[in-house]
Design a protein. Sequence first.
Length: 380
Amino acid sequence: MLFWILVAVITAVVGAVLLYPLLRGAKEADDGRSGEVEVYRDQLRELDRDLAGGLISKEEASYARAEIGRRLIAVSKDQPSEAKSSARGNYRLSQAFIIAILPIVGLCLYLANGNPGLPSQPLEARLEKSGGDLAISIVKIEQHLAKNPDDAKGWEVLAPIYFKTNRIGDAELAYRNIIRILGPNATRLGDLGEVLVVKANGIVTADARGVLQQSLALDAANPRTLFYLALALEQEGKAADAKTAFEALAKQSPPDAPWLAAVNEHIVKNGGQPIATANTNAPGNPTAADVAAANALGSGDRQQMIRGMVESLDAKLKDDPKNFEGWMRLIRSYAVLNDRDRAADALKRGLAAFPADGGEGQQLLALAKELGLPTEVTQQ
């Protein structure tokens, strides 16, 4: 009973708050009009005094009186008694709607869709029955890890989720805990190194490089580690060393490796020739003749030719959207050309062809993070 009394009181207070501007507005409007009428009447009396005192001529007084009379009539006609009655009627309807009809409609909706007898359910009970809700599952695992920080399985579950949802700081903490509990190996160190690169917006920092070198010492053939270490050389301006490192990675990789397209892009960027792969003839790939022609041009003409090739690749991908290597190349090419808007648009179109929950989509998102492109909008 107390609950319904409180609801009634709250409803009355809300109704009064909503009614106050309406009532105040009506009163101020009426007061404003009556004030204007008094002003014009005072002006007529002032005009008569000026005429009697000889301050103005009869002709001037006549013109002034006609103008003041016109304004007085206009003000009087603005609010005739019938209009005022109609306005007051409208205010009464508004008051009736707010005071009576609105609460009744709300009560009917609640009785039709609500369940006043349903007991409250605390957060802990909701976490026990997450119903497949990822956010609730994450909270549940985090609560478990708060009590059991040495449970490696919990961290192994959370780490990739954090990384995928762009919670990079949490992902770093999770991977560091995994290494602390289970010890380092090439894969765990590689995961941590990649997180550190993404955290730095695609820059291979000294911290990331140190972790990646530890991973390389445990597995000298890990392609992800080799890629990021070669990228570090490129970012340091060591183009020749970077080209050699990327070429070595390309030669040791399988012909159909999905990362070869990105590796070849870096080889060309650092002045080398792309390594032949199983996807060399995929739609949109530059031919050997294209590369040779580009190298023979001056810097300005080469830039124009490269942009033309990129636009040609973009057009081909509209006809063949399932060319995954083409999307990787297009995104990277627009980023290299410093056309970030087109790079982001290419990423969005690439994810339409290869959704983010698939392997190719994950590679597209990883490339976007490496290039510093926004990924939040594309994943909505």
